[in-house]
Write a protein that binds this ligand. Structure first.
Ligand code: NAD
Length: 336
């Protein structure tokens, strides 16, 4: 029986990359059915709701969501819908694998790290207070509960995926109480996994080391804001945002999305790279136990990237999104 999932099409390049990914999933014979919704800024302008009630209800029924990027106004307007979804469904573990691909030339060929970003607290709670005309305070929240579960997940992942080392990234030298708590919990939990090497690094040093010597990083666990920044940095190391997928996992719900945003600068130009959303869909298939189908799609993407003749402009090619999609579908058909 096919698994029903919810799909949010999002803003900017969202609809075009979603259509493309759904066609590839179809060609690979994914055991999925879809409930598809328009959400985000465009939907709000059309119908006055950023996420329609029926879209929320669908996710609550299906518990698995493939989500495209959503535009968030900067400095004003509504709260990020991404943050809203992560909090509403307690999607506390944001897992972002960044791996070099032989086909994509970057200064480093040996990047293979997985970032575990805490997804529900830190500065992202969005609690800001205007003290006077010239002063604003923002709250950074770190709790034992949220820190414990993300750190434990990072070690469990390392144990179950043959990873050797977990690095905690923080700023506990300055934020002695908040990041200090995160680091203390990390040190405690690390003792339960003696077979896995562990260390910690300050965020600024981590940024420098990531661009000098990225292959020293294996699994990284870190609070929300540093995880956000580090994963964009990691995407730069492997060829750009078009190649970085993610899963957002909670106890009851799972959401899969590209790390990148709605890319309004290239929306509608047919040049968006759908790989990050496609690999997010592969993570979803693996989560649902459809590993063979995910493997087939991953192999097809690898072959198209390695062939190098049909790449989107972000990877220095001239192919449209649709030409790239068709090249992947051809590879999948050869395997069927
Ligand atoms: P962005 O990630 O949308 O784009 C950054 C740069 O990367 C742009 O030049 C863009 O063209 C390029 N890029 C991104 N994805 C690409 C792809 N798949 N193929 C080719 N090029 C790609 O970041 P931004 O411009 O800072 O943000 C745009 C909007 O997206 C903002 O409103 C932001 O809040 C939102 N956003 C949403 C999410 C999400 O929904 N998860 C994540 C990040 C940003």
């Amino acid at each position: 029986m096919k698994k029903m999932i919810t799909v949010f099409k999002g803003d900017g390049i969202g609809p075009e990359i979603t259509d493309c990914v759904l066609e590839i999933l179809e060609s690979a014979g994914a055991g999925l059915d879809y409930e598809i919704y328009n959400v985000g800024e465009a939907e709000w302008k059309r119908n006055g709701a950023l996420i329609p009630d029926e879209a929320y209800a669908s996710f609550e029924r299906n518990r698995v969501l493939l989500k495209s990027p959503i535009t968030t106004p900067i400095g004003h307007g509504f709260r990020s819908l991404n943050v809203t979804l992560r909090n509403k469904y307690d999607l506390y573990a944001n897992i972002r694998p960044a791996k070099s691909n032989i086909a994509v030339k970057t200064p480093f060929s040996d990047v293979d790290m997985v970032i575990f970003r805490e997804n529900t607290e830190d500065l992202y709670v969005g609690v800001e207070e205007k003290i006077d005309e010239d002063t604003v305070h923002a709250k950074k929240i770190i709790t034992r509960k949220a820190s414990t579960r993300i750190i434990r997940d990072a070690f469990e992942y390392a144990k179950n995926h043959g990873r050797k080392k977990v690095t905690c990234v923080h700023k506990a030298n300055i934020l002695k109480m908040s990041d200090g708590l995160f680091l203390d919990i990390f040190e405690q939990i690390a003792k339960e996994y003696p077979e896995i090497e562990h260390n910690d690094k300050i965020i600024d040093n981590t940024c420098m080391q990531m661009v000098m010597n990225p292959n020293q990083f294996d699994v990284i666990v870190t609070p929300n804001l540093y995880g956000d920044l580090l994963s964009d940095l990691a995407s730069g190391l492997i060829g750009g945002l078009g190649l970085l997928p993610s899963s957002n996992l909670g106890t009851d719900y799972a959401m899969f999305e590209a790390v990148h945003g709605s890319a309004p600068d290239i929306a509608g130009k047919h040049i968006a790279n759908p790989t990050a959303l496609l690999w997010s869909a592969c993570m979803m298939l693996e989560y649902l136990g459809q590993k063979e189908c995910a493997g087939k799609i991953r192999r097809a993407v690898d072959e198209v990237l390695a062939d190098g003749t049909c790449l989107t402009p972000d990877l220095h090619g001239t192919a449209t999104t649709e030409e790239y999609r068709d090249a992947i579908i051809r590879k999948i058909r050869e395997m069927n």
